[in-house]
Design a protein. Structure first.
Length: 314
C-alpha cells in the first residue's frame, strides 16, 4: 500500500478513506515535477557550459594555452584521461575512432562511454569501435555494444591483441601508456595522428562486423576456440594467448583443458599433434571452429593410450 501511495495510485479523501487514482493522473502528479526538475537542471547545465566555453578564445590565445596544448601530453591518472576523453567527445565534429582491446568488462569502459557516445552520435558524429572477438561474449559488454549499434555506431572485432587508441576528427589521438593501463598520452602532432589513423584503418579492414545475436555469439565462441588452437600451435604460453585474445588466463586455461579432454590428449604437445590439419573426405565431418575430425555416429572415442596400443598391434 505504501508503494501505491508513493506512486500516486492511491490517494486519501476527505473521509480518511483511500481511493484509486487513474495512472494518467498519477503520472502527471508524480512524474511531472521530476520532468520539470530535469529540464531546469539541463537548462542550467547548458547555460553553465556556454558561460565557461565563452572563455575558450581567451584561453587559447594565452601563453599558458600554447604551453598546455603541447603536441604530446602524458596523463598518468585515469581521472585525467576520462576528463580529456569526455571533453574531446563533446567537441568532436566529424568522426571518432575507438580501439578497445580486452574482453568483457562488467561496468567497464563500454558502459561508461555509452552516454557521451550517444550525445555525439545524436550530433551527427560518425563513430567506429574496434574490439576483440571475446568482448561480445560478455553479457554486459554485449548489451553495450548492441546499444551502440542501435544508435548508429559501427562495431567490428579482431582475434588478435592491439593497442588501446582513440582518434577524434583525425586531429587528436589518445594512446594507452605501456605498463600503465590507467594512463595515456594525448597526441596532437599531425604526422603521428595521421599514422594512428592509417594504422586504425588497416586494423578495421581486417576486422569482422560485430553481431551480438545468440547464434553469432556461439559462432564467436567457436572462433575464439580456433584462435586458441592457432596460437598454441605457434608455441605461445597460456598468459600470452590470453593477452592476445583479451581474456583472463583462467578462462584461457579452461578452454585449453576442454580441448585436451575432447582430444583425449595427455599433454599439450600431444594435443598440438592431434590438432594438425587433417584431410577431409566425404565420410569425415569437421567440428566447427576447431578444425578437428569428428567421430562417425556411434563410434566410441579412442583415447591417446588406446590409439598407441592399436598402432603397436598393427
Amino acid at each position: 500500500m505504501r508503494e501505491l501511495l508513493a506512486l500516486g495510485l492511491l490517494r486519501g479523501d476527505s473521509g480518511d478513506g483511500l481511493r484509486a487514482v487513474a495512472p494518467e493522473e498519477a503520472v502527471a502528479s508524480v512524474v511531472g515535477p521530476l520532468d520539470r526538475d530535469i529540464r531546469t537542471r539541463r537548462a542550467l547545465a547548458e547555460q553553465a557550459r556556454a558561460s565557461i566555453m565563452g572563455f575558450l578564445p581567451v584561453f587559447q590565445s594565452s601563453q599558458f594555452s600554447r604551453e598546455k596544448e603541447s603536441r604530446f601530453e602524458v596523463l598518468e591518472e585515469h581521472t585525467q584521461v576520462r576528463a580529456v576523453i569526455a571533453d574531446l567527445t563533446a567537441r568532436a565534429r566529424t568522426e571518432i575512432l575507438t580501439a578497445q582491446p580486452g574482453g568483457g568488462r562488467a561496468g567497464g569502459s563500454f558502459a561508461e562511454a555509452v552516454p557521451r557516445d550517444r550525445d555525439a552520435l545524436g550530433q551527427g558524429v560518425r563513430m567506429r569501435v574496434l574490439c576483440q572477438r571475446t568482448a561480445p561474449l560478455s553479457p554486459g559488454t554485449s548489451s553495450s555494444i548492441d546499444h551502440m549499434l542501435e544508435l548508429g555506431a559501427q562495431v567490428r572485432t579482431l582475434d588478435d591483441h592491439f593497442v588501446r587508441l582513440l582518434v577524434f576528427d583525425a586531429e587528436t589521438a589518445i594512446i594507452s601508456l605501456p605498463g600503465n593501463p590507467l594512463g595515456a598520452v594525448v597526441v596532437r602532432e599531425p604526422h603521428v595522428v595521421a599514422f594512428s589513423v592509417e594504422t586504425y584503418e588497416r586494423l578495421w579492414l581486417t576486422a569482422a562486423p560485430c553481431v551480438v545475436a545468440p547464434r553469432a555469439r556461439a559462432e564467436a565462441a567457436g572462433d575464439v576456440r580456433q584462435a586458441i588452437v592457432r596460437l598454441l600451435g605457434e608455441g605461445l604460453t597460456d598468459a600470452s594467448v590470453a593477452k592476445r585474445l583479451g581474456m583472463s588466463v583462467r578462462t584461457c586455461r579452461r578452454h585449453i583443458a576442454e580441448l585436451m579432454e575432447e582430444l583425449g590428449a595427455q599433454s599439450r604437445f600431444q594435443a598440438g599433434y592431434l590438432l594438425r590439419p587433417h584431410p577431409v573426405g566425404p565420410a569425415v565431418r569437421t567440428r566447427r571452429g576447431a578444425g578437428m575430425p569428428l567421430r562417425p555416429p556411434g563410434q566410441k572415442r579412442v583415447t591417446a593410450p588406446e590409439r598407441e596400443r592399436q598402432g603397436e598391434a598393427c
